[in-house]
Design a protein around this ligand. Sequence first.
Ligand code: GLN
Length: 196
Amino acid sequence: MKFGVLALQGDFREHISALNHLGIAADEIRSVAELDSIDALIIPGGESTTISLLAKSTGLDKAILQKIKSGMYVYGSCAGMILLASEILDGRLDQIKFSGLDITVRRNGFGRQVDSFEKELTTNLGEHFVGIFIRAPLVQDVGSGVDVLASLETSYGPTPVWVRQNRVMATSFHPELTKNSLVHQYFVDLVMGKIS
Ligand code: GLN
């Protein structure tokens, strides 16, 4: 299975390093031809509106949508989660919605006073994880087909921060900025068929 990281904007290099650390090679994806050669894509953190504009100008918007529909594995962190959502609140009207995950997210939903924070998370896999949140999307609603792998206690109540629906997965935090490989290992295992 071949991995790629969408390299239009954002912290794609950190995702490539995280995969390399697990012994997985990953291509930088900037064109439809490069996308065609991979089985699993990571959409990095960055700015979802900028990634949207660049994806539209390269035709990657339609190509990614098509590949998700035909079963490509995808993981999005932060901005990547926003792009994968089926409903975006406080987004730009023209920004992409790949709708790979039946979730409603609010961009920058944790509010200005907590633009960035770190918090210890308990995952449903029984492991702890320090999540780095940077102007993170707040997951406000999840559909019945979505598994919540980790959530965070907030003033809004328990908020999902790691979700998965079949082959599509997202985190509102940035595991690529930590040394903990739990999330990337989970994605690799999913792509390799080690977890169902
Ligand atoms: N707030 C950003 C957006 O709307 C996401 C921030 C991030 O990826 N760290 O895309």
